[in-house]
Design a protein. Sequence first.
Length: 251
Amino acid sequence: MDQFILNPMINLLLVIYDLLWHNFGVAIIVFTAVIRVLTLPLTLQQQRSMQKMTQLQQSKQWLDLQKKYKDDKQRMQQEQMKLYQEMGINPLAGCLPTLIQLPIIFGLYGAIIRALAGTPLDLLDLAGRIYSQAHTRLLPLNSQFLWMNLGQPERLPVGFLSGVPLLADGIPVLAIVVVITTYLQTKLSTPSTATGGQGAQMNQMMTLYMPILLGYFAYTLNAGLALYFVASNVLAIAQYALVRKPKPAPK
């Protein structure tokens, strides 16, 4: 993992950091945009598959299946899967963007932890992962971005909340934004008309649990990772908003 994911991410972050005024927060945002561009062909393919699914589930053939097998859920699922196969549609397409992000998330978390080295041993380890010795002059990196330290969990200090449990250290602004944007992004990337079948159940679980899971990560782990979540979700929402909604299939 280090050679293929972690080390390349560290070096890409350092290159962007060096070009963008030594601002690690901006480097993370730009890095997120680069990842979005690299995965754009797969994302567009996934979006086209979802559009086909939405059109299919609005068609008379699909609605007739719902009526015909409404009392036999197992047979309905079998017939739906046959229809998916005939149309060349993947019912789990809505889950793909999040699943693709997982190795990136873990790699980025490790890259941020190592890039923001706080001890001499950590700095020595980081120096050994850098491809160009010219970038060793950047160490240690500036971890301050807006009000947050990117190497620590993010909190916005608010004086009158000092005695409130869970909020004594401040409001977890990024964690809240992560939950909201993850829900919106997952909702947009899931066919809204999907009903029945394992694909629909999986999509519903992703819509419910992914915002909670990523929100928990943003709340407990360093702010650099939370900033990546927010930037990635906002870019994904903008991308889905630019894609024209499919027209209902003719009856």
